[in-house]
Each structure stands twice: as C-alpha cells, then as structure tokens.
Design a protein around this ligand. Sequence first.
Ligand SMILES: [Zn+2]
Length: 131
Amino acid sequence: MTVSAIEYTRLGPPKLRLYAMRCSSCGKLSPWWEKNHCYECGGGDLTHEELAGGGEITNYTVVYYPPRDFLGQEPYVVGHIQMDEDVLLPAPVVDVAPDDVEVGTRVTSTLRRMKLGHEGDIYYGHKFVVE
Ligand SMILES: [Zn+2]
C-alpha cells in the first residue's frame, strides 16, 4: 500500500496499516490489493486483517534501472516477503547493502517514503528492514 502525504492527511493513519485480505470461505489470506477474489478458493467475501509486520525473504531482486518515480534510490532490493501470517507480499528491503541480503533473512515492516509523485507529492509505503 502506497499513500501520498495528501491522501494520508485526508484519509488518516488507518490507510497506512499493513494488512492483507482474509477470506471468509476458506480462511486464507490474500495480498492487500486483492479486494474481490481469494487467491486460494476464488471466494468474494474478503475482510481487512492487520499484519504484525514480521516475515522472511523468500526471493529478491536488485533494481539497478528503476522506473521514473524511483530514480535516485537505485540500487535497491525488492523482495518477496513471506509474512508470519502466511501471505506473500512484494516490498522493498532497505537499510541493507544488496550483497548482504539472503533468502531466509528475517525482516520487519517499517513506514518509509516510497516515491515522489509527478506533482511533487510524497508517497509513503511499507518497506522492510532486516531484524
Ligand atoms: Zn478463500
């Protein structure tokens, strides 16, 4: 979830919680962006569930040529984080040299500046730091 400072002011802190979507049919969690269909059973009744923030890197890549909004942050690590609640989320891993990142590394979520918007507005989102 990435939110600009303007949206944050308008919508308030709950928008910036780290959450996933719990399926009422099978009980599995799907990523936060999946609002209508459970990844496991296809069920359509999903509710927000806040995550504690801990997880483990299952794979990652190092970005050397970022999209425009992320210029200046390279090189940076984007990992797949297997959250302790059993849902997989892609997210940047920060405050660590790319060479020091390994599969299996324990990480925890933190709120950071994500990017600069096209009109100069600052976007915040969840990144992960090594525990
Ligand atoms: Zn389901």
